[in-house]
Design a protein around this ligand. Structure first.
Ligand code: 5GP
Length: 348
């Protein structure tokens, strides 16, 4: 019989905790600087930015999003469906945005060929996001090493994984930043379809320790529904936080805009392994797999810059409550999820 073990340790999600306030000398949110500086282990690059990243979903990591976010100092993992020609036009129109973007790729030979040809034409793109749904594939470290050899000076983000031993493998293979998250995404249904997953705050707490010991960095990907969740991810040790749903529904997001019968406007937002995405990019859902993402309609929210103000305002406020710069608050007060949910749902 195989050996079954139940891990008795409590694992945490964002809604299980709150950040404890501390004495603060900061008088106003205006005094808070959200820019952070990073020195990357393998690319040897230094980057100063606000460490929030638009997800490489085709409705989120668009060129329009990258242009808007780069102006505010945020990053974008541009999705992998743009052609060489489209990248060239983007680079010509927004040369200054190239410092704030990574180009996404899968790991098939065809993916890597496409990645190489775009980086050859647009060498100013600052980083590469190697993204596969299951970062536990045996061959993933080898692919990272290959890309590292071909592009020694590009910052490599690689994921997704959720446990320390594989974080170590990916950093040793050449990744600068390991992207973590399995199942927390707002349009992800992996936990329902497969039973596989790991509570995201614990992923961040556990994996950031391993990454930092090795001189690497960590990106928390998925599950942030509000600025407070982002603050908790950063407080828990994430160097970067990737957002999907929080940036959906804007002018700069992809997805179809529709006016409903009652006059309200909505935009489509879907997971990258939803039927919608697979029909769009692959033609259909392959018969051996099931969709692990869903398609939803979110309220249309106009210009993303207003949402950014809200998010950045929240983070500045976290810093004033905790008397700490971004990345330096890490004191959690543990409530039961039930209590927290009740607070959230209380209309008053
Ligand atoms: P959100 O910020 O919306 O909670 O999470 C965004 C993240 O969800 C993405 O960056 C990506 O890692 C993940 N994701 C996007 N689409 C899918 C999908 O179809 N299935 C799964 N399992 N995860 C997805």
């Amino acid at each position: 019989m195989h050996n079954v073990k139940v891990d008795p340790e409590i694992k945490l999600d964002f809604q299980d905790v709150l950040i404890r306030p501390r004495r603060s000398k900061l008088k106003s949110r205006a005094e808070v600087d959200l820019f952070c500086e990073y020195n990357f282990k393998n690319s040897k690059k230094t980057v100063k930015c606000i460490p929030l990243v638009a997800s490489n979903m085709d409705t989120i990591g668009t060129f329009e999003m990258a242009a808007a976010l780069s102006k505010q100092g945020l990053m974008t993992a541009v999705h992998k469906y743009y052609s060489v020609e489209e990248w060239k036009s983007f680079a010509q129109a927004y040369p200054e945005a190239l410092n704030s973007v990574t180009i996404s790729s899968g790991t098939s030979d065809e993916d890597i060929k496409r990645l190489s040809s775009i980086l050859q034409e647009v060498p100013g793109i600052s980083g590469i996001t190697l993204d596969i749904a299951n970062g536990y594939q045996d061959s993933f470290p080898d692919t990272i090493s290959r890309v590292r050899d071909d592009f020694p000076n590009h910052t490599i983000v690689a994921g997704n994984v959720v446990t320390g031993e594989v974080v170590e493998d990916l950093i040793r293979a050449g990744a600068d930043i390991v992207k973590v998250g399995l199942g927390p995404g707002s349009v992800c249904i992996t936990r329902i379809k497969t039973g596989v997953g790991y509570p995201q705050l614990s992923v961040v707490l556990e994996c950031s320790e391993v990454a930092h010991e090795l001189g690497g960095h960590l990106m928390a990907d998925g599950g942030c529904t509000c600025p407070g969740d982002i603050a908790k991810a950063i407080g828990g040790g994430a160097d970067f936080v990737m957002m999907g749903g929080m940036l959906a529904g804007h002018d700069q997001s992809g997805g179809e805009l529709r006016t409903k019968e009652d006059g309200t406007k909505v935009k489509t937002f879907y997971g990258m392994s939803s039927e919608t995405a697979m029909s769009k990019h692959v033609g259909q859902v392959a018969s051996y797999r099931t969709a692990e993402g869903k398609s939803v309609e979110v309220p249309y929210r106009g210009d993303v810059n207003e949402t950014l103000q809200d998010i950045l305002g929240g983070l500045r406020s976290t810093c004033t409550y905790t008397g700490a710069p971004l990345r330096k608050f890490s004191f959690f007060l543990h409530y039961s999820s039930k209590y927290y949910q009740d607070c959230k749902e209380d209309p008053n």
